[in-house]
Design a binder for this molecule. Structure first.
Ligand SMILES: Nc1ncnc2c1ncn2[C@@H]1O[C@H](COP(=O)(O)OP(=O)(O)OP(=O)(O)O)[C@@H](O)[C@H]1O
Length: 346
């Protein structure tokens, strides 16, 4: 029996075949005569459910498979295996009908016609999607009210600043009142005030129309302010699916203790490292007399580490830092946290 979900994938997989070209001219020539290919599983058996009105952040490092998933959900790509349904349709099969139910906003691209005033672009989109006149007027009123599009309506897209264009683009994406909005880095390059306005508008559309949102963003503010649920992917696989603020329970095992010494010890870093070698702690010295000890909280408690520290060097002050959700996501994006390290290092 079908569920209530608006987005559903089961074991969704997309494999690409790409050419492996050795470097240099000789390599290019070799490739010409004996081409070699490798396969990349960009999306690897992803099963997910998104309910109507949910707002979900879809995060992962570069190359994790975020864009490929969005392309599968919008029908641009065909799955290699597994199934995908959005509002009950198979996107790649019913691309046109799917387009009525969804909208996609890319921070880097625009769907506005470049040379015509914004109001004309919006009207054209209304016509293409056959939006009833009363509904179109109500949406325009929201756009003018919350996104402050009034002064921009007569301006051609090419003359807009990035922030102005993004406001118009978000408006354009919502003219046909889609059920699902895919946002791909929607606030990239925008100033704080414009970001706040875009987020406020998205929240308004959720409250008023039950809009479902799937967001990919490197901006933690977007994730924090718009999404309660977060799905993390790494190398095509889901590695976390749960509340944003519970990510620390899952991956926040790295602890950090900052230490200030009461007197100078020339080989303090070596001494601390030796005392904590058993648990594989990493020691750095950001300033003279100050040391930072990072360790795996599953291998030792902060109490045990402090005991070792005080035995090794003359400690004046200590601060224990827990890993925040923000740090975990930042490190995931920067490739410092990979999910192989989810298991304690031996
Ligand atoms: N058309 C393609 N042909 C071959 N390989 C591809 C193609 N599109 C994506 N890939 C590969 O699939 C993997 C996932 O790419 P994808 O663009 O989905 O990642 P992403 O998470 O969106 O990354 P980013 O944050 O950098 O945009 C990468 O290894 C990428 O090189």
């Amino acid at each position: 029996m079908p569920g209530t979900e608006i987005v559903r994938t089961d074991e969704l997989t997309r494999v690409f075949r790409r050419a492996v070209k050795p470097p240099g001219l000789a390599g290019a020539a070799r490739h010409l005569f004996r081409p070699r290919y490798e396969t990349v599983t960009a999306v690897d058996r992803i099963s997910l459910r998104i309910e109507p009105g949910e707002s979900v952040a879809y995060v992962g490092p570069n190359g994790a498979g975020k864009s490929t998933t969005i392309k599968l959900l919008t029908g641009i790509l065909v799955p290699s295996s597994g199934t995908v349904s959005v509002c009950g349709l198979r996107p790649h099969h019913d691309r046109q009908r799917n387009a009525r139910n969804i909208s996609v906003v890319f921070g880097q691209r625009t769907q506005l016609w470049w040379d015509i005033p914004v109001a004309e672009s919006l009207r054209l989109l209304g016509d293409i999607y056959q939006v009833p006149a009363a509904e179109f007027r109500a949406t325009m009123a929201d756009l003018v009210d919350v996104l402050d599009l009034g002064p921009l309506l007569t301006v051609p897209a090419r003359q807009l600043s990035l922030g102005q264009r993004m406001r118009c683009d978000l408006g354009a994406a919502l003219v046909h009142r889609p059920e699902v909005l895919f946002l791909d880095e929607p606030t990239i390059g925008l100033d704080v005030a414009v970001k706040a306005r875009l987020r406020e508008f998205i929240r308004l559309m959720q409250d008023r129309h039950g809009l479902t949102v799937l967001l990919t963003s490197h901006d933690l503010g977007d994730i924090e302010e718009l999404c309660r649920r977060m799905i993390m992917i790494d190398r095509g696989k889901i590695v976390y699916d749960g509340p944003y603020n519970e990510i620390t329970a899952r991956f926040g095992w790295e602890k950090k203790i900052a230490v200030t010494l009461s007197e100078e010890v020339p080989d303090a870093e070596v001494r601390i490292g030796a005392a904590l070698a058993r648990i594989g702690a990493a020691v750095t010295s950001p300033d003279p007399g100050t040391y930072e000890v990072s360790f795996d909280g599953r291998r030792a408690t902060p109490g045990e580490v402090i005991r070792e520290l005080t035995g090794a060097v003359p400690v004046n002050d200590l601060t224990i830092e827990e890993t925040s959700a923000e740090t975990i996501i930042r490190r995931l994006y920067e490739g410092e946290l990979t999910f192989d390290t989810d298991e304690p290092r031996s």
